[in-house]
Ligand binder design. Structure first.
Ligand SMILES: C[S@@+](CC[C@H](N)C(=O)[O-])C[C@H]1O[C@@H](n2cnc3c(N)ncnc32)[C@H](O)[C@@H]1O
Length: 227
């Protein structure tokens, strides 16, 4: 079966033999793909909306995987028991929702890996998941329908990060690709325009944006020198 480029990129962080929950599975196509392409995985697909569960159920039935993919209806991690999972996937949601889901820390005890694609506030997301006792193992940027997404794999452990690493992503900085330049060139333009529009009184916002602009320019220029 075929899945979108963004979902396929998420599967790049999946390992054989893992016990996965995909929270907010929607159509469950990702879960069907994972089941078909990885060895010895257990997959729980969950969603908070009845409509999504119905569609997921039909898709799972279409691929004859009713007794393989465990479909659960409910909110976040409330649908799993302690120690039932070692890998969490959350994708296509906003930061606040993801934060709420991961605040169920009892359920995180057995979780070695968290794979996240947030639609908003990626910097805050990095900080939040790190504060739960995880480090950034791998990161990738992927473009689909003109939108550039960042997918992050966190694994249990500790690592210290500078402000720049937290902002851009430590693993992304190690391997800046064309999407990095596309994304941050656009961001630079946006912040430069914003800075011009900020009122004189907004001194703190001006300082903040000037700092971001300087930091982004440094990353873009640094690579230009090395090209
Ligand atoms: C935009 S869809 C993303 C679907 C899929 N994960 C993807 O990346 O394409 C978000 C899904 O998350 C579900 N969702 C939102 N909050 C949730 C929660 N707290 N627990 C479980 N599912 C949730 C929604 O019902 C919806 O189906």
């Amino acid at each position: 079966m075929r899945i979108s480029k963004r979902l396929k990129a998420i599967t790049g962080f999946i390992s054989d033999n893992s016990k996965i929950i995909d929270i907010g599975c929607d159509h469950a196509l990702l879960d069907i793909y994972i089941y078909q392409n990885f060895k010895n995985v257990s997959v729980i697909a969950s969603d908070i909306h009845e409509g999504a569960i119905k569609i997921a159920k039909n898709n799972i039935k279409r691929y004859n995987l009713e007794d393989k993919i465990n479909l659960r209806y409910g909110d976040g991690l409330s649908v799993v028991n302690k120690n039932e999972i070692d890998t969490i996937i959350i994708s296509g949601m906003g930061y606040n929702n993801i934060k709420k889901i991961l605040s169920d820390t009892d359920k995180l005890e057995s979780v070695e890996k968290i794979i996240v694609q947030s639609n908003t506030d990626i910097v805050k997301l990095r900080k939040m998941v790190i504060s739960l006792g995880y480090k950034i193992e791998r990161e990738v940027m992927v473009k689909e329908k003109e939108i550039i997404y960042t997918i992050i794999e966190f694994t249990k452990g500790k690592e210290k990060y500078t402000y720049e690493q937290m902002y851009f992503g430590p693993r992304i900085l190690e391997n800046k690709d064309d999407l990095f330049y596309e994304y941050y060139n656009k961001k630079l333009l946006k912040y430069e325009n914003l800075l011009l529009q900020l009122p004189q009184s907004g001194i703190y916002a001006k300082i903040h944006h000037s700092r971001l602009i300087k930091m982004i320019k440094k990353q873009l220029e640094y690579q230009n020198i090395n090209k």
